[in-house]
Design a protein around this ligand. Structure first.
Ligand code: HEC
Length: 151
């Protein structure tokens, strides 16, 4: 009767060790970072369509809040083992890890702009929304300029 529990235990351990091996592998880290970035890009693209008045949806505040809620996660998605030496498919440049102070500045500018955006979005004032959106977009672009490889 020992064989059944042992088999169950063994299967569980195999599954757990498989999960432990897969977690935080460079490819998974890069894929996750891409997913986070694409989510920011999706919301920013939706806001752009609204502020350009291509659509008349009144969703700017919802997208602004989604960006503000996601922004603090961005500093987590650049761990050491997720650079081009670890996984060639990434567009993250080595400068991220070589110039951590400059990278931290880019992160802070982005976090500040993202945190300020929901209040501007809720104001309903077009000029205020545009200004806050430009600041936010500028902070995305500044980081990409220095720390992201061009396609
Ligand atoms: C602190 C730096 C930084 C900030 C801030 C930042 N990004 Fe990025 N972003 C990157 C880097 C680095 C990459 C490349 C990631 C990779 O390939 O591993 C990237 C990639 C992307 C991608 C491509 C994702 C893919 O794999 O298809 C999009 C879209 C994107 N960012 C949008 C945004 C938007 C929109 C913002 C602002 C709301 C933003 N990013 C803010 C550094 C940043």
């Amino acid at each position: 009767m020992r064989s059944v529990p042992l088999a169950v235990l063994t299967a569980t351990l195999v599954a757990l060790s498989g999960a432990a091996l897969a977690a935080d592998e460079p490819k998974n880290l890069v894929d996750y970072r891409s997913a986070v970035m694409r989510s920011l890009g999706g919301h920013a693209g939706a806001i752009a369509a609204i502020v350009k008045q291509q659509v008349s949806y009144d969703h700017v505040a919802a997208h602004a809040e989604a960006i503000a809620a996601t922004a603090p996660a961005v500093r987590d998605v650049f761990p050491e083992n997720s650079g081009p030496d670890d996984y060639a498919e990434t567009d993250a440049l080595p400068a991220i890890w070589e110039n951590p102070e400059d990278f931290a500045e880019a992160l802070e500018a982005f976090e500040t702009a993202a945190a300020a955006f929901p209040a501007a979005a809720q104001s309903g004032d077009r000029a205020q929304i545009l200004e806050a959106f430009q600041k936010l977009g500028g902070s995305c672009g500044a980081c990409h300029e220095d720390f992201r490889a061009e396609d």
